[in-house]
Design a protein around this ligand. Structure first.
Ligand SMILES: [Fe+2]
Length: 468
């Protein structure tokens, strides 16, 4: 009896050891989180939800949103919609310190049609020559009905200026989207601006791309984006290309509704542009505009990267929608052609971090590059590279299409951490050498960091962070 017990125990130990050894050998990548989110359907919030409420009163301004309005952070684009008539084009604004000195800026108003939908009156007004690091109040609307908001301008551009960015992607307008936004708002790290990596409203998932869902989305996020700028990136759900209903001009609703300061960085289209903000230089790219050699985006980026002065803005951040490094079985390798075109430049210019969405999950890469390959040498695997960026996929805002939870196995070596949960991230720049990065899962308390690391700046402190 004793001997048969001990032989079966030994057998068990051997099997477990083989399994463990096997898992160690197979799992040669980073960490796949053991946290598995309960499978639930993501459900869009109904039209009568309180977050979509139309402000009371005739022609009341709604869908108020702001973004940076110039290259340095001294201007703000204020946008809003009036439903019944154009109303006033003017934004009245004043600084907290000098509320007697009220100023005015005059904007423009646009409308558009999309199949059987006609938009409200979409206003865009750029306020210029603001003081840095100053709280401003602003009012939109006219005497009959005004609405007042506020924002704080960033500190003057400089190498050691602390600044905290929120990072959100693929948000949509489901109950989960609402939880993501609430988590961001209540995160004690207090993001000062949002880097939004594309896919806003998901209106195109509705019959005839029902543009009413562009309106509801803008009312939903107003509670954040009327008070701090969101930096916009175009995703595939912004294309709204629908020839079957006669809508053949790509990006029509997005470009009418979301203006960005692309001309300030000598860009010729709103889909790719750059801004400086505090100690960061942010380059926005378009996964859905031509990026091959000789194209406008290619030429612009080729000239743009050498302009970045890391003594002025040490942190070089790139936003795009479709990720280059993605180990989920969704949108697999969709970013590959753009990676092949631009990755050597990112390594040459020592980009710190690349943020993308599209895949509805979370993933963080190692510092890796895959630029040695030519069609003869066979060197086609990503390798550790301390001049390369870290790639973050953060398309986990909570949209109607649900979570991406099917991963390629084994986890590739380039993938440091991956998890299929909704959430947002924070990039908290401390000075020219250090930034605290954290990803926050919706299921956790507001202060919990589900994944985090210290970023060491690639120009000023290019030390391997994995040694920390
Ligand atoms: Fe997408």
């Amino acid at each position: 009896m004793d001997s048969s017990y001990s032989s079966s125990s030994i057998c068990c130990i051997v099997i477990v050891s083989i399994l463990l050894l096997d898992s160690l050998l197979v799992c040669n990548g980073g960490k796949t989180s053991i946290y598995v989110r309960k499978a639930e359907k993501t459900v869009e919030m109904p039209l009568h939800s309180d977050v979509f409420r139309i402000p009371a009163g005739y022609n009341a301004p709604q869908q108020v949103h702001i973004t940076q309005g110039d290259h340095e952070g001294k201007a703000v684009i204020v946008s809003w919609v009036t439903p019944d008539e154009p109303g006033s084009n003017t934004v009245v604004y004043w600084s907290e310190e000098n509320c007697e000195a009220k100023k005015k800026a005059v904007g423009k108003v646009y409308t558009y049609k999309f199949y059987n939908y006609t938009s409200g009156f979409i206003h865009h007004c750029t306020i210029r020559n603001l003081e840095y690091d100053t709280k401003y109040y602003y009012v939109v609307g006219d005497r009959k009905l005004m609405r007042k908001f506020w924002f704080t301008t960033p500190p003057a551009v400089g190498p050691d200026v602390p600044y905290t960015f929120g990072i959100i992607g693929d948000l949509g307008q489901t109950y989960d989207s609402n939880i993501t936004l609430t988590h961001y708002e209540r995160n004690p790290k207090n993001g000062q601006a949002v880097l939004f990596v594309g896919d806003l409203s998901y209106a195109d998932n509705h019959p005839n791309h029902d543009n009413v869902r562009w309106d509801t989305w803008a009312r939903f996020v107003e509670r954040s984006v009327a008070y701090q700028p969101w930096i916009w990136t175009a995703g595939n759900h912004e294309i709204d290309f629908a020839p079957e209903i006669g809508e053949t001009k790509p990006f029509k609703p997005y470009t009418r509704r979301y203006h960005v300061p692309y001309r300030a960085s000598q860009s010729t289209a709103s889909f790719w542009y750059s801004i400086k903000r505090a100690s960061a230089y942010i380059i926005v790219l378009s996964s859905y505009s031509a990026y091959g050699k000789y194209t406008p985006q290619y030429q612009w980026l080729e000239q743009e990267l050498p302009k970045v002065n890391r003594s002025e803005t040490p942190w070089l951040i790139v936003l795009m929608h479709s990720p280059w490094y993605n180990s989920y079985n969704y949108h697999y390798m969709e970013g590959e052609t753009m990676r092949v075109m631009y990755e050597p430049w990112f390594v040459e210019h020592k980009v710190d971090i690349v943020l993308a969405g599209h895949v509805h999950a979370y993933e963080r890469s190692e510092r890796i590059s895959n630029i040695a390959y030519n069609i003869e040498n066979g060197k086609c695997r990503p390798v550790k590279d301390q001049s390369a960026p870290i790639y973050i996929t953060i398309g986990d805002g909570g949209n109607i299409e649900g979570l991406a939870n099917d991963m390629t196995e084994p986890q590739p070596e380039y993938s440091a951490y991956r998890e299929a949960s909704f959430g947002h991230a924070i990039f908290d720049i401390k000075n020219r050498t250090h930034a605290r990065y954290s990803w926050h899962r919706n299921h956790d308390g507001y202060a919990v960091e589900a994944d985090s690391m210290w970023f060491f700046n690639r120009f000023w402190h290019p030390v391997d962070e994995s040694s920390q």
